[in-house]
Design a protein around this ligand. Sequence first.
Ligand SMILES: NC(=O)c1ccc[n+]([C@@H]2O[C@H](COP(=O)([O-])OP(=O)(O)OC[C@H]3O[C@@H](n4cnc5c(N)ncnc54)[C@H](OP(=O)(O)O)[C@@H]3O)[C@@H](O)[C@H]2O)c1
Length: 185
Amino acid sequence: MTTHASAPRTIYNTATSLDGFIATTGHSLDWLLTREADEDGPMGMTEFMAGVGAIVMGANTYQWLLDNQSAEPWPYEVPTWVCTHREFAPRTDGDVRFTGEPVELVHKAMAEAAAGKNLWIVGGGELAGQFADHGLLDEVIVSTAPVTLGSGAPLLPRRLELRVAEMARNGEFTCARYTVVGPDA
Ligand SMILES: NC(=O)c1ccc[n+]([C@@H]2O[C@H](COP(=O)([O-])OP(=O)(O)OC[C@H]3O[C@@H](n4cnc5c(N)ncnc54)[C@H](OP(=O)(O)O)[C@@H]3O)[C@@H](O)[C@H]2O)c1
């Protein structure tokens, strides 16, 4: 099932440990990047990215890309917003927009740029939570790795009611797509 078949959706799509962390306390993804996954497989990133028209991430996620993938070209073709209060160097190899605007305004700008396609919240969890606080989070997609970390950056530190919409296995991951009902059932 594609996630962009009808109205554009704002989707938090991430990988997580079984105990709900998206990175270690030291921002390591070693527990994730070594695992087998098929980008073209069930609920894989190829189909997901085909429906995405704009991206948003927090400053630590962007810093992780700078620290770990600076030798690679910027990975995304669609406009990307980085929510931050820091001064990052401007990029010349991709459309990356640093912003300290409230997430409602970021969402509006993203929706305009995406022109009917979905909006992807890469992370972290608190940023996804800020979108949820404003009723601006439609779906959560999690690919769960078979590992527990004990501590780290939380998946989504909010009370949110969700409904299961889709499930699959992809390589070592169990994948699930949830629709957001709201803060209450
Ligand atoms: N497992 C996965 O698939 C996955 C996916 C995404 C990320 N990650 C990893 O998970 C970790 C996420 O880190 P994190 O939980 O700290 O989250 P994050 O969202 O990447 O970074 C949080 C920081 O972003 C800035 N920020 C957040 N909301 C903002 C807003 N509304 N306005 C302005 N600035 C805002 C703040 O930094 P400043 O005020 O200092 O700018 C805040 O401290 C990273 O290590 C990342 O690499 C993993």
